[in-house]
Design a protein around this ligand. Sequence first.
Ligand SMILES: [Fe+2]
Ligand SMILES: [Fe+2]
Length: 208
Amino acid sequence: MNAHGTRSPLADADWQYLEKIPLEELSRQDWLVLEQQRALYLARHQADQALRLLSASQNDPCFGYQVNNYRHCLQSATMVLRDGLPEEDVVVALLHDVGFIACPLLHGDFAASLLGAYVSDRNHWMLRHHATFQNLHSPNMPGVDQHERERWRGNPYFDWTAEFVARYDQAAADPAYPCEPIETFVPMVRAIFSRPPVDRRSIKKEIP
Ligand SMILES: [Fe+2]
Ligand SMILES: [Fe+2]
């Protein structure tokens, strides 16, 4: 029971609660049950949780651009979709700025962490670095080195990152653009999150 005397509801009526609270008291059997339920829970809820991170900002005001961050993301994804790029690129466009307000300086790393286990090296790298590539399109922004991206010239993902920012990011803030509704992208996001995850953690668990 929590401080209010009620447990959160289980996602599935057939699942079990842990009867102990400190992790150090859990038995191996407790962990086996928990991991089994966790895997099913993620399969059912992870993609929708990621989508809700974006949808939560649907009606937010903006700070000067003509559209809010939600509309920017929708326009970016719609443009990628209409250009016929792969489903993964559409999903990456949809979520590339999902952390733009909550985690502004590292919002590229935020998106790379969110999607990194499910997308190619090409898109993982693009997500991490797209904000620096944006500098090229912001020549009059105070304190910005327009050519900072040149440090990565020759990187195999340089051209894709430059293309994404030029075509699908820096101009994707047009209130007149006919965006697809979020529902268009839901099955695509679910498909990407259903891929077997790649472990990109820098420090990995060593399982004997
Ligand atoms: Fe961004
Ligand atoms: Fe963006």
